[in-house]
Each structure stands twice: as structure tokens, then as C-alpha cells.
Design a protein around this ligand. Structure first.
Ligand code: XIL
Length: 302
């Protein structure tokens, strides 16, 4: 096939992009989105500060615009994200203990219920592990409510939307030898053993000089999959340019296709100028919307 989404679909996968609501009026942007992609992730619009700006007051207008655009185009939606230490509204940042636990669970329930039936996969919990050696949980107000906060969030999400796949999503979990990767692996294994409802692991896959694409990436994908969960590449971007960057994109796609339970790839933006990275050219289209070498190698690999 001649587009990323159609080629991925031939392999039983999706190929998606993070989308910002305010860019849906940009005709170049929307033209590429509609032509190339069959999955979207709202880049910020489903985060806690966006969907519950005041406690108990929910706001879905911007997320709905993305969801409605996607559904009208036949694209599936990844929900991002229900419970996270970052991009919390002010009221939640200052909470702790049982009040925070209840507020977090209510948020998960309310948002997952509102979108029930419309979400392919939810990033139920995002970035709950610390970087560096030791594989510890990240210290956060949510973690301080008790180590079981993650499984509590997953149980609430399952009850609210039994049809959505429920994912744990993180970064620096790509290299199989890193402690953080092993810590997430051990949590997922424990959840599967104890019947905590988890269906997928999201590997953000923001590759750069500090955390480059690892040669054991395929081992990481297949090892998680062997636990009985899907794996999804959820926020792919690759620092660099030219042939080197193109070859890394090619390798990432080949690794996903080599693992039966790697069900889809999402790039974190469309054009280089859409990237969350302040500088650099980590995406598949240049600032004018032209296809880069990385686009060509990605399409060839699919
Ligand atoms: C980023 C967005 O791209 C930015 O627009 C925002 O300012 C900050 O968050 N990991 C994640 C994403 O899970 O939610 C982050 O998105 C990038 C890193």
C-alpha cells in the first residue's frame, strides 16, 4: 500500500500519530493526517488538567474534537492518559492520602465512562517508575497514596470501559538490560499472575542520544508480549536526520512486525515542527509537510 496506515493495516496493525486539537484547522496538517494515519492519540487533550480542570468539573470539548475527527475518518483512538504524576490540575497537585486516592479513582471512572466504546486502548497509568538503577517507583503524590495505586487505577478503568484495552505506558523501558524495563516487566508479570486487569504495555520510544534505540529492542517487545499482553509503540520519535534516522525508523518497524503481539505504532507528532522537542527533526515529515527519508524507510518496512 502507499500510505503508512494502509500498509500497517495489511499487516494487521495500526499506524498513528499524536494530534493537537488546535492544529485541526491547519489544512496541510489535516491533509497528511487523513491520508497517512489510521489511529490518533490526543497529545494533551485527555490529560488530567485538560479533562478535570476543577475537581468534579469535567471538560471534554477539545478531546471530543479529536475523537470526532478520528471517528469520522475511520481512525481508532488511543486514550492518553488517566493517571499520571505530571500535567495534573492545581487542585490535584496539592492533594494527598485517601482524598487524592479517591479523586484519582473518580477521575479514571468518569473519563473512561464518558469515552466508553470509543477508545481502542487507554494509557491507564503513565510514567510511574523512576529513571536510573534500582527499578524503584517514581516518587509522586499518587505513589505516596500506596504502592497499590496502579492496580486500583486499572481495576477502575476496567469497570468503566470493559471494551478498551488497558495499557501501562512509560519511557526508558526500551532497553531490555535497564533496571526500569525489568521493574515494569516484573509489575506486569505480577499483575497477570494476580489477575489485575492489564492488556498492553506502551513503550513511548522517544529515542535520542541519552536513550538511543537499543539493539535489544525486539527482545524487549517479545519479552513483554510473552507475558500475555499486547505491546504498542506509543510515542515514537527519533533524534537525528538523513539516512541514519531513516535506518533507525526502519529497524523499529521491523522489530514491531517481528512480534505478533506488537499491534501498532504511534509517532509523537506529524511534521518536525509539530514535535514536542524544542529543537531537532525527529519525525517523518518536514516542516512543510514533505516526506522525509525516514518516511520512505518506514513505509518500505511496513
Ligand atoms: C508532551 C506533549 O507532547 C507536550 O505538548 C506537552 O507540553 C508535554 O507533554 N511522555 C508523554 C506525553 O507521555 O504525554 C508527553 O507529551 C511526552 C512525554
Amino acid at each position: 500500500a502507499t500510505t503508512l496506515g494502509a500498509s500497517a493495516a495489511e499487516k494487521g496493525r495500526y499506524f498513528g500519530a499524536a494530534v493537537a486539537n488546535y492544529k485541526l484547522t491547519d489544512t496541510t496538517y489535516v491533509g497528511i493526517l487523513n491520508r497517512e494515519f489510521n489511529q490518533v492519540t490526543p497529545e494533551n487533550e485527555m490529560k488530567i488538567d485538560a479533562t478535570e480542570p476543577q475537581q468534579g468539573v469535567f471538560s471534554y470539548t477539545n478531546a471530543d474534537r479529536i475523537v470526532n475527527h478520528a471517528r469520522a475518518q475511520g481512525m481508532i483512538v488511543r486514550g492518553h492518559t488517566l493517571a499520571w504524576h505530571s500535567q495534573q490540575p492545581g487542585w490535584m497537585q496539592s492533594m494527598s492520602g485517601t482524598a487524592l486516592r479517591s479523586a484519582m479513582l473518580n477521575h479514571v471512572t468518569q473519563v473512561a465512562t464518558y469515552y466508553r466504546g470509543k477508545i481502542h486502548s487507554w494509557d491507564v497509568v503513565n510514567e510511574a517508575f523512576a529513571d536510573g538503577n534500582g527499578g524503584a517507583r517514581r516518587d509522586s503524590n499518587l505513589q505516596r497514596t500506596g504502592n497499590d495505586w496502579i492496580e486500583a487505577a486499572f481495576r477502575a478503568a476496567r469497570a468503566a470501559d470493559p471494551g478498551a484495552k488497558l495499557c501501562y505506558n512509560d519511557y526508558n523501558t526500551d532497553n531490555w538490560t535497564w533496571d526500569k524495563t525489568q521493574a515494569v516487566y516484573n509489575m506486569v508479570r505480577d499483575f497477570k499472575t494476580r489477575g489485575v486487569p492489564i492488556d498492553c504495555v506502551g513503550l513511548q520510544s522517544h529515542f535520542n542520544s541519552g536513550s538511543p534505540y537499543p539493539s535489544n529492542y525486539r527482545t524487549t517487545l517479545s519479552s513483554f508480549a510473552a507475558l500475555g499482553v499486547d505491546v504498542q509503540i506509543t510515542e515514537l520519535d527519533i533524534e537525528g536526520s538523513g539516512t541514519t534516522q531513516a535506518n533507525t525508523y526502519r529497524s523499529v518497524v521491523a522489530d514491531c512486525l517481528a512480534v505478533a503481539r506488537c499491534t501498532g505504532i504511534t509517532v509523537w507528532g506529524i511534521r518536525d515542527t509539530d514535535s514536542w522537542r524544542a529543537s531537532g527533526t525527529p519525525l517523518l515529515f518536514d516542516g512543510s509537510g514533505n516526506k522525509k527519508a525516514a518516511y520512505t524507510s518506514t513505509l518500505e518496512a511496513l
